[in-house]
Each structure stands twice: as C-alpha cells, then as structure tokens.
Design a protein. Structure first.
Length: 308
C-alpha cells in the first residue's frame, strides 16, 4: 500500500538507530501514539507515503484525508463518476483492496501499468503475471488501435495516458457451483474490469447451427480482457456510454437458436463494444463474434484459444 513503516539512520556512534515506527489500521490510523505518532520526527511521510500535517490530516494533493474518520474533508472532484459511493469515503470504503493515490483516482494493489519490454513476470503472483502478459501483448501488438467513425484511435494508450481516470483489473473467479457464472465484466462505479484470466469462450458463428465443429468460434482471455477495457474506454471517453447501456432495443429474432435460446445483445453498449472488439479480434487473428452467446472453457494461457 506504499506505507512507511520504519525510518532509521546512522547515529553519531556509527550504528543504525530507529527514528520512527508506524503501524496502521486499514484506514490509516496509527497504532502507536494515535494518528500523530512522532509527528515532526525524521519522516512525516507515512500512510500511503503521504505527508502527515500538523492538523492530523494527510495531504493527498487533490484533498486532505482524515485517518481517524476514514473520510475526506471535501467532496471527491470526480464524484459524478462514482455515484454509488459517498463522495467523502476513502477508496470506496475498501482500503484493504484499493488505495487512492491522489484523492481522485483508484488503483488496485501495488502496480500501475506501463509497457515494459522483456518484463520479469516472475515477481508477480499468478493473476498479476497473466494480467501483465495480456496487457503487454495488447500494447506491443497495437491490437487495440481501432477505427472509430473514420478516425484511428489507440484505445489502450488513451486509457494508460488518462490522468483523470484509473481503470483497474481485478480477478474474476467462476462460480464454484456453475462454471459459466461470474463472467467477465466492467463495473463503471469503480472503474474496474473483473477478468477471468484463465478462461476463453466458445460461441456460435451461425446461431442456427450447433456450437461445434467449423461453426464454433473461439476467443482467448486476452481478447475478452480487451472487450472489457473497451467498455472502460467508452465509460471514460464517450459521452454516449450511459445512453447505450440504457438502450435495450437490441433484441433480434434472427439471433434466437432453434431451441429458443436468445443470443441477442443485452443492450446497445454491448453491441457497439462487440463491434469494436471484433477489430481487436482481427488484429489478434481471432474469430469475430456476431451474437452475445458464449460458453467459458479453460485455456493453456491468456494469449491462446487452445484448451487446457
């Protein structure tokens, strides 16, 4: 979480001396001596690496934070983008999972993504490693450079460069009782992509035919990640995002299977995003989706459609 726990220096005798010790509750209150433990000592940069003021509040740049209350002193400047949560709450009231780097945006865990060639993935846990591999592939291949209304747009670079919004990637696990439940999704209230890093999908290319043989299309986990990132792009960059989500006029009788299963897109945002995602699929050399039907299956790794 970036917390400063212990500070030390070499004293006059040439040995190391502990100057400041800090242990924190989840919301930043100090276990030792209250929230102003050793204020004015060697190091005032403490919880999340932020500077503790004489008032007992932390300076996050955009806002001042009160660790004794777990609340900000003023309204979130991006409150309109997080309507489900109090504009005064810290890290959507979940400081174990999230931190707020500047009082505006949210990141997950310790890592902010930027492309790095020949990255050492071994220093990450399995999910983080898979996420970095997928993101590096999307970035280095330029797969998310798509055409939007006749203009070439690098959607991934736009998300990376956005100074106002942080898109987070979290692990999504299938339901323990039903492998097909708990699919990938994007949560606009927290700007979080929930991603099944080990699972691809199969789907019917022609809804009138079975999901098998030459009629079976496949997409890899990396393709599915890009789909959710496109939702994130639309949410943060496209003023029509909410109106498309509210548009439920996407039912199509031509997308109903012979057994009566409706594979229509759930709303206009899903249909629009799938169209953009198909450009990414073309760039990745994967199958295009023409309906909203899908079945999850485990792949060898995030970059392939090969079954495990």
């Amino acid at each position: 979480m970036g917390n400063t726990r212990v500070n030390f220096a070499i004293n006059e005798g040439g040995t190391l001396e502990v100057l400041d010790t800090n242990n924190y509750y989840a919301f930043g209150m100090n276990h030792i001596g209250g929230m102003k433990s050793l204020l004015g000592g060697y190091q005032n940069y403490k919880y999340n690496g932020k500077e503790l003021q004489e008032s007992g509040m932390y300076d996050y740049g955009a806002r001042m934070y009160m660790p004794d209350l777990g609340r900000w002193g003023v309204v979130d400047p991006l409150a309109e983008k997080h309507r489900r949560h109090s504009p005064y709450s810290y890290a959507v009231n979940n400081p174990i999972r999230f931190i707020d780097p500047d009082g505006r945006d949210i990141k997950i865990g310790e890592h902010i993504y930027s492309y790095k060639k020949d990255r050492d993935y071994s220093k990450y846990n399995t999910f983080e490693s898979n996420a970095f591999k997928a993101m590096d592939k999307l970035y280095s291949s330029g797969a998310m450079k798509v055409d939007i209304n006749g203009k070439k747009v690098d959607m991934l670079q736009t998300l990376i460069s956005d100074k106002k919004n942080t898109i987070s990637i979290a692990q999504q696990n299938p339901d323990s009782k039903d492998y097909q439940k708990n699919g990938n999704n994007y949560d606009p209230s927290t700007k979080t992509v929930n991603w099944r890093d080990k699972d691809g999908i199969t789907f019917r290319k022609d809804v009138t035919q079975p999901n098998s043989g030459t009629n079976q299309g496949k997409n890899s986990p990396i393709s599915l990640l890009s789909h959710e990132l496109i939702h994130g792009y639309n949410d943060t960059q496209d003023a029509n995002y909410n109106s498309r989500k509210a548009d439920k006029t996407t039912a199509d009788e031509g997308l109903i299977t012979s057994s009566g299963v409706n594979l229509s897109f759930s709303n206009a945002e899903e249909k629009y995003t799938t169209g953009l995602a198909n450009q990414v699929n073309d760039n990745l050399g994967e199958d295009r989706r023409v309906n909203y039907g899908k079945n999850y299956y485990e792949t060898n790794n995030p970059e392939t459609t090969d079954s495990k």
